[in-house]
Ligand binder design. Structure first.
Ligand SMILES: NC(=O)c1ccc[n+]([C@@H]2O[C@H](COP(=O)([O-])OP(=O)(O)OC[C@H]3O[C@@H](n4cnc5c(N)ncnc54)[C@H](OP(=O)(O)O)[C@@H]3O)[C@@H](O)[C@H]2O)c1
Length: 277
């Protein structure tokens, strides 16, 4: 795969999976537009990628939980005559705790970033792709979007399930064109995700085979998008979990999620009592 002459816009490129997408596309010759809030991180990455691969890199510092951000990004690029051929909607975080423990502004900001910004960025850049009859759109979802909901991070699974269905709808609309729409559904991946949502201590107790490095997750996703696979689950363990969620009778799957939810409630209660101490 060679993307010379193409431009890839990646949201959440300052860390983890987004940074891995930036490194992978730059290595394959694409120019980049990197979006996230931490401009210093994006600038350091852009310099490294320019030096290593000779690609053009533009940095846009933006908070995508601001409803005005996607249009502002589109307008800034359009003003400079820049076109986007590859869109990777990836920026994200997890909001820990029970649904009733987080206030509505926190949930609203979560939905704005994890659902609306993905939909709006796609709406902004898809018309140009259709005009040129070429495009790649990857929505970074999760295994959580393909398994039943559980306690804690209440809106995370529903938001990720939306992205799977959204990618499928866009793929159906673009069938027969040069545009590929896909959802990447990773499981546990080494990144800053679990530090940001303060679950590092909990997830570090899990066996190592449940985790993947970001680079192979991304390489698989780029290749799957190229082959026109609409839903891509990287790694044998993650594929097994998704298969299990589909293959098990509903009552068994529900019982498994109940066990996981019980574990979350116990952890949450312990954390609350530590805070109370
Ligand atoms: N790691 C996993 O185990 C895992 C598993 C399944 C799915 N995912 C999904 O993968 C995606 C990337 O997560 P990651 O694991 O790479 O986490 P990460 O290392 O914490 O990176 C998250 C990225 O999102 C950006 N971001 C967060 N809030 C933002 C906002 N309001 N506006 C703009 N950018 C924002 C962060 O940049 P700034 O802080 O600089 O803004 C950062 O670049 C997420 O959608 C996540 O749900 C992760």
């Amino acid at each position: 795969m060679n993307y010379q002459g193409k431009t890839a816009l990646i949201t959440g490129a300052s860390a983890g999976i987004g940074e891995a997408f930036a490194r992978a596309y730059a290595a394959k010759g694409a120019d980049l537009v990197l979006v996230a809030r931490r401009e210093d991180r994006l600038r350091a990455l852009s310099e490294a990628l320019r030096d290593a691969h000779g690609v053009g890199v533009r940095v846009i510092a933006a908070d995508l939980s601001d409803p005005a951000a996607p249009q502002a990004i589109f307008d800034a690029l359009a003003a400079d005559g820049m076109r986007i051929d590859i869109l990777v909607n990836n920026a994200g975080f997890g909001l820990p705790g029970f649904y009733h423990e987080n206030d509505w502004p926190a949930h609203r900001a979560f939905l704005e970033l994890m659902v609306n910004s993905y939909a709006q960025m796609t709406r902004a850049f898809l018309p140009g792709m259709r005009q040129r009859n070429w495009g790649r759109i990857i929505q970074v979802s999760s295994v959580a979007g393909l398994t039943p909901g559980s306690a804690g991070h209440t809106l995370y699974g529903p938001a990720k399930a939306f992205l799977v269905s959204f990618a499928q709808s866009i793929a159906a609309e673009c069938d027969g064109t040069g545009i590929r729409s896909s959802a990447l559904c990773p499981g546990f991946t080494y990144s800053e995700f679990h530090d940001v949502n303060e679950t590092r201590a909990l997830v570090s107790q899990l066996p190592k085979y449940m985790f993947m490095e970001a680079a192979p997750v991304v390489e698989g996703a780029i290749e799957a998008a190229e082959r026109g696979r609409v839903v891509f689950v990287p790694g044998a363990w993650n594929k097994f979990i998704v298969w299990l969620a589909k293959a098990l009778p509903r009552s068994w799957a529900a019982a498994m999620m109940k066990g996981q939810s019980r574990q979350f409630r116990r952890h949450n209660d312990e954390k609350s009592s530590i805070r109370a101490d």
